[in-house]
Design a protein around this ligand. Structure first.
Ligand code: 26W
Length: 843
């Protein structure tokens, strides 16, 4: 492609002085008709709503576009410091409804659409989710971007434009079946391709030394197989403030020269094969959310993201600052979302030394001053390590740099703890052994000025456990930033009825100042308000029941207690404990022990990593138990169980407003924070949970009397593991004994004998790290308290209101403010007003 500039390097006159676009119903309707008929070429005979969705999106996108440019101009003119949020995952979900909310177009658009006999909700439902993430970490990144745009912070997301996002989950005979998610199959109007900002990424080859003109030794990475990184920009609208930030996603493509060479040599098929080889890098999101699997392609993805993003930032700097790097570190920060992009530490060193000619000390000072690392998990199996041999093959120059970082670092360790060889071995960036590995978390810690966990307990456990040696060396580097969620998507947008009720009482300021919700507290004594609250909840439960009916063909009665656990399926999250409770309830019904019964509808949702056998078996168990329970006439409406297939962001938008009870039942010390817990709380669900992750802080905010606590603490769990005897626990607990017998009897797998044996074994295993049997008794007792509380509807509603009212702390706005005050130190920069819009010459 040829990107020639206009003659005499001036801006295109056609593009200057655009008048602002109308935001009234008439202007929106006219534009809609224009896109539908003129741009998309449809007419009244078209029955497909898809084109109406596309036309509507273009109408909305136009309004984003003018604000987007003015945000960019404001950042450029102010010369502000910027943060670059590097993440392999951004779980954005749908864009349309969110953009409409943040632009404040709901009323006028609804009117415009009704003039052409269309409904907003129906059209919004057509958009595929952008499922470019696994779970918590990816969705957190999306919430953070929303908050930064709303706070007018110059923060840009950098990620990968996966051709295939998180797989679609089907349930067949109770088993999870994965199907590729080709979400880009139809036109995606929420991205703008920017090939003019493409970057070249190196792989393979080897490094060579040479002396430059000044006589300095320079390393060069040569004979590489290069891949192009092409950026696609996604607009991130702030809430009604004129700001639109950017998420830049990279797609891999073959470099032109490299194709041509082979093509000219006559190897046509070879050159096409190379094109595929290059494009493979951004083809698919790895669907693991807790265990790294050491695949070479994954390391390629990680380096590809780090290198493309760093080059992008550096190149822009070099153009605007005329190659003067002296202020670079003061004006830039890179936040690493877990270790996934942590190649960035070594890559920035390489770019500064090999490409910009800086010496080691200067480059290291700049790297350390710009990198900050967030850890999201304590699970040892999730800590990334890459075989040295793989690094050598793929990124030889980076490995050299990592070795040098390590040598200098271990020197520091040796000075601090002379003679402590064991400590040097423990802290080395290279794990020795049969197959030596690069420890990415250690690289991230050593190469950055800030290391944070995502909830108070988690940050403390990092300092005391996983990163203890590093904490002893650099205590000031460690800090906590408790996670949050955006109340725009997770309350204002997804729960319109509650939004209206809350706003009628306390105004709308909570949308950008969530602490305002505390003003709801006194309303628990207002009978009318309580009734309205209950009506809204009933409405949302009906909406959720409709979804369950459509997707699972199971009828949930809105009077029942809606008991919900939606999240990735993992042993540590203990969906199994929930199932055991269901079996217990079933057993009680069969025994006729149903006096004072609270009817319950239990909903599960979540994906298991395709290679995680026991997690997949847990899905099968949930479905088999559901089949037995739902079809037993003796059970009737006392108990219903459903597994909602293909849990995703857009499903959560319907699920969390409709939940009464939020299950947050991980083994204490294992869930870094949790964020679903916060979404449920904001929507007035009560939590049953352990003292784990952010549950602890949720309980602190709402008070113990409004939280159903159970289970061992993190410390007690550690103790318990030293001599754990699940068989003795089972024998001593009649309820658990009956549950285990029912499970073992094959009652839930009559035609599939033995299939659940691995699960039964896991529960009985004295080395069960998740301590399912240990927490069963106190879980049951807590569930009993839940059932009693729910029978007193007045009391329940008051508790529900108090949960929403206490949710203020869990806004991602608060989280972003803390990152900014303590790590980034950015100035807020308001966008230029739309009226001043004009295209200035680029330089
Ligand atoms: C390399 C494989 C892999 C992929 C993803 C390992 C680990 C991950 C993530 C760190 C898993 C994750 O999503 N962690 C979750 O992050 C959320 C946001 O901070 C927390 O709320 C969750 O508790 C944590 O499990």
């Amino acid at each position: 492609m040829n990107y020639t500039r206009f003659k005499n390097n001036s801006a295109c006159p056609v593009l200057t002085e655009l008048p602002p676009l109308g935001v009234d119903a008439a202007a929106l309707e006219a534009d809609f008709r224009h896109y539908y008929m003129n741009s998309l070429g449809r007419d009244r005979s078209c029955r497909l709503t898809h084109y109406a969705y596309e036309a509507l999106s273009l109408v909305v996108r136009d309004r984003l576009m003018e604000r987007w440019k003015n945000t960019r101009y404001a950042y450029e003119e102010s010369g502000c410091k910027r943060t670059h949020y590097l993440s392999l995952e951004f779980l954005m979900g749908r864009a349309l409804g969110n953009a409409v909310l943040n632009l404040g177009l709901e009323d006028e658009l609804t009117q415009a659409l009704s003039n052409v006999c269309l409904e907003m909700e129906e059209l919004a439902d057509i958009e595929p989710d952008a499922g470019l993430g696994n779970g918590g970490l990816g969705r957190l990144a999306a919430c953070f971007l929303d908050s930064c745009a709303t706070l007018q912070l110059p923060v840009q997301g950098y990620g990968i434009r996966y051709e295939y996002g998180m797989f679609r989950q089907h349930i067949v005979d109770g088993y999870q079946v994965e199907e590729p998610d080709h979400w880009l199959g139809t036109e995606n109007c929420w991205e703008i391709k920017r090939p003019e900002y493409s970057q070249r990424i190196k792989f393979g080859g080897y490094s060579e030394s040479s002396t430059d003109v000044t006589g300095k030794l320079r390393m060069r990475w040569v004979h590489t197989r290069d891949v192009l990184a092409i950026p696609y920009d996604v607009p991130i609208p702030g809430y009604r403030n004129g700001t639109v930030n950017t998420l830049r996603l990279w797609k891999a493509a073959a470099t032109e020269e490299f194709d041509l060479e082979e093509f000219n040599g006559g190897d046509y098929t070879g050159s096409v094969a190379n094109k595929n080889e290059a494009e493979k890098i951004t083809m698919v999101l790895y669907p693991n959310d807790s265990s790294e699997n050491g695949k070479e392609l994954r390391l390629q993805q990680q380096y590809f993201l780090a290198s493309a993003s760093l080059q992008d930032v550096l190149n822009r700097w070099i153009v605007t600052e005329r190659a003067d790097l002296s202020q670079f570190a003061e004006k830039n920060c890179f936040q690493l979302n877990d270790t996934h992009p942590s190649c960035a530490v070594a890559e920035l060193m390489r770019l500064l030394m090999d490409e910009q000619g800086l010496d080691w000390d200067h480059a290291w000072e700049m790297t350390r001053a710009t990198m900050a690392y967030t850890n999201h998990t304590l699970l040892p199996e999730a800590l990334e390590k890459w075989p040295v041999r793989m690094f050598q093959r793929l990124l030889p120059r980076l490995l050299e740099i990592i070795y040098e970082i390590n040598a200098r670092f271990l020197q520091q360790v040796a000075e601090r703890w002379p003679g402590d060889m064991e400590r040097q071995r423990r802290m080395s960036l290279i794990e020795e052994g049969q197959e030596p590995q690069v420890r990415m978390a250690y690289l991230a810690i050593v190469g950055s000025f800030s290391v944070n966990g995502v909830a108070e307990l988690h940050s403390r456990l990092l300092q005391e456990g996983l990163f203890r040696d590093f904490y002893e060396l650099w205590p000031q580097r460690f800090n906590n930033k408790t996670n949050g969620v955006t109340q725009r998507r997770w309350l204002a947008y997804s729960n319109p009825k509650l939004n209206d009720l809350i706003s009628a009482e306390i105004g709308r300021n909570w949308v950008t100042d969530l602490g305002q919700l505390s003003r709801l507290k006194p309303l628990i004594d207002n009978t009318t308000f309580c009734q309205q609250w209950q009506q809204v909840k009933q409405h949302n439960k009906q909406r959720l029941a409709d979804l369950v009916k459509t997707d699972c063909d199971i009828v949930f009665h809105p009077e029942a207690l809606f008991d919900v656990q939606v999240k990735r399926i993992h042993e540590y999250k203990r969906q199994l404990l929930n199932v055991l409770h269901i079996i217990h309830l079933y057993d009680r019904i069969k025994r006729g022990d149903t006096a004072d019964w609270t009817p319950r509808a239990v909903l599960f949702g979540g994906k298991a990593a395709p290679g995680y056998a026991i997690a997949k078996l847990i899905i099968k168990l949930i479905n088999n138990v559901a089949t037995v329970v739902n079809n037993d006439p003796a059970v009737g409406d006392l108990l219903k169980v459903a597994f909602l297939p293909n849990y995703r962001v857009s499903a959560m938008e319907i699920i969390c407003p409709g939940a009464d009870l939020s299950e947050q039942i991980s083994t204490a010390g294992k869930e870094a924070s949790g964020t679903g817990n916060m979404k449920f709380m904001l929507n007035g669900a009560l939590t049953i949970g352990t003292l784990d992750g952010a549950n602890i802080e949720i309980r602190e905010e709402v008070g113990d009397e409004n939280f159903f606590l159970f289970g061992l603490t993190a410390q007690e769990a550690e103790e318990q593991r030293k001599n754990y005897d699940p068989l003795a626990i089972i024998a001593a607990d009649d309820d658990l004994l009956r549950v285990m017998r029912l499970l073992q009897s094959g009652h839930f797998n009559q035609f599939e004998p033995g299939i659940f044996d691995p699960i039964i074994q896991a529960i009985k295993n004295p080395h069960d790290p998740w301590l399912v049997a240990a927490d069963f008794g106190s879980y049951l007792a807590a569930q009993q308290r839940v059932a009693e509380a729910y029978r007193d509807q007045q009391r329940w509603i008051r508790m529900s209101i108090l949960n929403t009212a206490a949710g203020g702390k869990f806004s991602a706005d608060r989280t972003m403010q803390e990152y900014n005050e303590q790590i980034w130190h950015l100035q807020q920069v308001p966008a230029l007003p739309i009226r001043q819009d004009s295209l200035e010459p680029a330089d």
